[in-house]
Design a protein around this ligand. Structure first.
Ligand code: AGP
Length: 616
């Protein structure tokens, strides 16, 4: 997720665009850039780092002009460095672009453009796009708006783009598919603002157009905005609306907290994580970093997963996935323990390091130790170019976008998504999964984003339960099999943002001690999905009931048995048990969120916690 913004009008563009970038930094902050044009003279500055670093460079150069585009990057293709930062110029130097999204077929387009003599200075998909637009404009001898429209009909992926010709400084072309794009309209069309959301221009105008998917707009000084459909260039009547949100609400996408916004981003985050990797209709899982090391993976005698916190819980789910589906022995280690216990690592071991931030000190140290002992280390990170991403021998990124809330939510479900893809791919290649089962899993995985979307509608039900238990002094979370790590994760969520003591246990472990805790003041969250050792968990629920425990059960929709015993039931859509954690964790995230809000806790920045623990 990146932030784009631009200005065209009578004011000085620089202060508007640079302040706009600062407001968009929540969308990505590993590099930033700006291009500004005045009387057809242009200046372009871009740098790895934050917008504040860009400001330092810009201050030394007198950036004047009434037309500018800015970009703050969340890297998806190409590590964060100056060359990969936006804006990007076309080969002629005439066209300039800023882009938020992922062009899936950029490699094919790039190869074709290279054949036609184009050269590239970066590893990004965006630079390919601006040169495709230039090639189309030259070949068709057409206006920029038309060239953008024609070029986008050849593009597969997601984009919100802003493009202009530095020789025609009275026009910006914008377009979107899958990534948001807002256009602020000044009085009498004397100025225009374009941005990923309205935060850069909210104080200048309340009149805005939010482009719909597959729409392109030609923004020209003094003229009404023209909106067209990309696929057939047909005219669309723009829907100009009056903005009601304030700045803070806009940054949070209208949600009260980043954590809630990120919980609701999970359908798209999971989709973006398997986009281009899960080719369900072709029966293929495409993962270059696994394919390029496939001998290592297939010959691995053991996989050791190292991580911390929520990522460690994702690793536990990974253990179930990899052992169940690809029959490779797995051990999951707290990175902080692994790094100091002089572990035995054999040459055909594979170490998988999981980290949202890619900067966790213990995990980084564990990786270095594993590499020093000859292991091949594979990373699963959410931040492109992070220390862990660079330290590992290879890896696969989650594409969750920036996770701002300290409590990890979408990182957890996207980490599990990557682990599931790896387990399925290896299981199929090792002949541990039949072709029919493989196809069944792939088709089910494709449905997960919509099932999560559907499940998020339980939020008001969960909010009511939260009201009942917000003052509980303790809480117990129980799960079996794939859902045992989800019980641990649910407990972590609650304790880290509401400060209520909570523990997660394998459900069967309850009788070995924790059952002594059960009484009427102890809420017990039990995950009882239909295919997950259901009968055993039902008897655990009955044991709790007989001791007056309060039961909040997460069940598969249509459940009739648990409904008769539990105090509260939250139904989730049916899915393969291997994918259950992607769904069962959702109500637990919401429960901890609402309880924390009701307790007046700082949900996005809980006390004593940091988003990334870069020290021991
Ligand atoms: C989880 O909600 C916490 N924020 C924390 O446990 C976190 O998962 C842990 O610090 C690991 O962070 P990482 O994924 O960035 O390595």
């Amino acid at each position: 997720m990146c932030g784009i913004t631009g200005y065209l009008g009578f004011r000085e563009a620089y202060p508007i665009v640079i302040n706009g970038l600062q407001r968009l930094e929540y969308r990505g902050y590993d590099s930033a850039g700006i291009v500004i044009t005045s009387n057809d003279k242009s200046k372009l500055f871009k740098t790895k780092g934050k917008v504040s670093d860009l400001k330092k460079i810009a201050k030394k150069n007198n950036l004047e002009g009434n037309l500018a585009l800015g970009h703050t990057r969340w890297a998806t293709h190409g590590v964060p460095n100056n060359e990969n930062s936006h804006p990007h110029l076309s080969n002629s130097g005439n066209l300039v672009i800023v882009h938020n999204g992922i062009i899936e077929n950029y490699d094919t387009i790039k190869k074709e453009l290279i054949k036609r003599g184009y050269t590239f200075h970066s590893d990004t998909d965006t630079e390919v796009l601006i040169n495709l637009i230039e090639e189309v404009q030259i070949k068709n001898n057409c206006k920029l708006g038309k060239a953008v429209q024609l070029a986008l009909t050849n593009v597969v992926g997601a984009y919100a783009i802003a493009v202009y010709d530095i020789n025609k400084s009275d026009e910006i072309i914008v377009a979107r598919l899958g990534s948001p794009l807002a256009i602020g309209i000044g009085k009498n069309n004397t100025e225009f603002f374009v941005a990923s959301d309205a935060s850069p221009f909210i104080e200048y105008t309340k009149d805005a157009i939010y482009l719909d998917d597959e729409e392109l707009a030609i923004v020209k000084l003094g003229k009404k905005i023209r909106v067209r459909k990309i696929h057939d260039d047909s005219i669309v009547e723009p829907n100009i609306q009056e903005l009601k949100l304030n700045l803070e609400q806009i940054e949070k996408g209208g949600y009260d907290h980043f954590m809630l916004k990120e919980i609701y981003e999970q359908p798209s985050a999971i989709f973006d994580t398997f986009r281009g990797r899960l080719l369900a209709d072709k029966g293929i899982i495409k993962m270059g970093s696994v394919d390029n090391n496939i001998t290592k993976f297939l010959n691995a005698k053991r996989i050791i997963i190292v991580a911390c916190g929520t990522s460690w819980h994702a690793g536990l789910v990974g253990e179930y996935l990899l052992e169940d589906l690809s029959r490779i022995p797995v051990e999951v280690e707290y990175a902080s323990e692994f790094r100091y216990r002089n572990p035995i690592i054999n040459k055909d071991d594979i170490v998988i390091a999981i980290s949202q931030s890619g900067e966790t000190a213990d995990t980084l140290a564990a990786i270095k130790l594993a590499k020093s002992k000859g292991a091949f280390v594979f990373g699963i990170c959410n931040v492109v170019g992070s220390s862990i991403a660079r330290e590992t021998n290879s890896g696969a990124y989650t594409h969750a976008g920036p996770e701002i809330g300290v409590a990890s939510t979408k990182a957890f479900t996207t980490q599990i998504t990557v682990l599931a893809l790896i387990a399925l791919k290896l299981g199929k290649l090792k002949g541990e999964i039949s072709t029919s089962d493989f196809h069944k899993y792939l088709q089910e995985m494709k449905l997960i984003p919509s099932k999560v979307e559907e499940l998020l509608k339980v939020n008001h039900e969960v909010e009511k339960i939260a009201l009942t238990y917000k003052d509980a002094p303790n809480c117990l979370y129980l799960g079996r099999g794939y859902n045992f790590p989800v019980a641990l994760e649910g407990a972590l969520k609650l304790k880290e943002i509401s400060y209520i003591h909570a523990e997660g246990y394998p459900a069967a472990e309850m009788k070995h001690g924790p059952i002594a805790l059960i009484d009427e003041s102890m809420p017990v969250i039990v995950i009882a999905t239909k295919k997950g050792h259901y009968e055993k968990v039902v008897s655990n629920i009955q044991e709790i009931k007989s001791r007056n425990g309060k039961i909040i059960a997460i069940v598969t929709e249509g459940d009739t048995i648990v409904k008769k015993i539990a105090d509260h039931v939250i139904e989730i859509p049916e899915t393969e048990e291997a994918f259950a954690p992607l769904l069962t964790t959702i109500p637990l995230q919401l429960l901890s969120y609402y309880i924390a809000v009701m307790r007046g806790c700082n949900v996005d920045q809980p006390r004593n916690l940091a988003k990334s623990v870069t020290v021991e």
